[in-house]
Write a protein that binds this ligand. Structure first.
Ligand code: TXA
Ligand code: MG
Length: 314
């Protein structure tokens, strides 16, 4: 199968109607999309990604009305929807019988989100079903933020990648479980704890647990193939003196190595938008080792550091 890139939303819609899977842009990362109600399409997503079938997929909808067919909403979840959606927020809610067990990997809860990217929204309007879409990377690898990265990693496995440019958020959506007045963050993202705290009692559920509430939060989930270490860069440079090293930092620079700054002005939103692109391009440059200077763990910095710490585990 040849994998082509294009901007034809109708072509993507027509492939999806035939139970094919297609790479699609969202504001967070590119998704590998298929009909969320079709066992055949869901199976193809798991195969193309080489994803273990115990790891469930997020359902993407265009409206709350559509999402109410598939998930049981509560008052606080609806308030968060009104304030943040469409946007990079995913809700884990009780599923209705219309949702296939294969999508949720047997769980009685379904993850639902409403992408903000205009092409994803236009596509969802052209089809009558919601889309299942995990990030469009091979399982265990870093998420793609351009159509070219999707093509590179899934070439021959999918027919089409809809090109919507570089993702503006750059990190996967914040996943929340909402009950009563409580908002549990199961995966951090660019919608931060502080932003959510306006609406309820927020807690950050530790994503490092061996049995996380979201199976995709197992440690080894975002790693590049080049070894990567997060820590005191000056000290690590001493220890790895003989190697060909790249340093990834927010804004600082180190002598005698290749430096990649995520945001020379120290802007965390810009750093989030750049982080996966940085890992993809450092990987292509084939260094022996990537050293990462820790980023302040406040606001969006929490989500950036979550992904960078995971990138250490191979
Ligand atoms: O920003 C995003 O959320 C991107 C774009 C493409 O929308 N999607 C994404 O999907 O990151 P994925 O599959 O790479 O990550 C989804 C996470 C995984 O950790 C998965 O285990 C969890 O959500 N998840 C999905 N459905 C779930 C469910 N029913 N119960 C628990 N966890 C679930
Ligand atoms: Mg993923």
């Amino acid at each position: 199968m040849q994998t082509t890139i294009g901007t034809d939303i109708s072509q993507a819609a027509s492939l999806l109607k035939q139970n094919q899977v297609v790479g699609i842009p969202t504001e967070t990362v590119y998704g590998l999309a298929g009909n969320a109600l079709s066992a055949e399409a869901i199976q193809k997503i798991y195969e193309a990604k080489n994803r273990p079938s115990f790891n469930p997929l997020i359902m993407h909808c265009h409206s709350l009305k559509q999402a109410k067919q598939y998930a049981v909403w509560n008052e606080l979840a609806e308030i968060l929807y009104l304030n943040f959606c469409p946007g990079p927020l995913t809700f884990l809610l009780p599923k209705t019988p219309l949702v296939p067990q294969l999508l949720t990997a047997g769980s009685q809860q379904v993850a639902v989100r409403f992408p903000k990217h205009s092409m994803a929204r236009a596509l969802l309007q052209q089809i009558s079903f919601p889309l299942a879409a995990p990030s469009a990377n091979p399982s265990g690898y870093i998420s793609p933020v351009t159509a070219q990265q999707v093509q590179q990693h899934l070439a021959g496995k999918i027919p089409y990648v809809l090109d919507g440019g570089t993702c503006t958020e750059g990190l996967e959506s914040t996943i929340v479980q909402v009950q009563g007045n409580s908002i549990e963050i199961l995966r951090s993202g660019t919608i931060t704890l502080q932003q959510l705290a306006v609406y309820g009692e927020v807690s950050l559920v530790n994503g490092n647990a061996e049995k996380p509430a979201t199976p995709g939060q197992l440690l080894s989930h975002y790693a590049p193939k080049t070894p990567l270490l997060v820590g005191n860069v000056a000290q690590l440079l001493e220890e790895h003196r003989s190697k060909n090293i790249a340093v990834l930092s927010l804004s600082s620079q180190f002598a005698g190595v290749y430096n990649h700054q995520l945001s020379p002005q120290g802007n965390l939103a810009e750093a989030a938008a750049n982080v996966f692109n940085a890992l993809h391009s450092l990987e292509a440059m084939q260094f022996d080792l990537i050293l990462v200077e820790p980023i302040p763990e406040e606001g969006i910095g929490i989500a950036i550091m979550d992904r960078l710490k995971r990138a250490q585990h191979q």
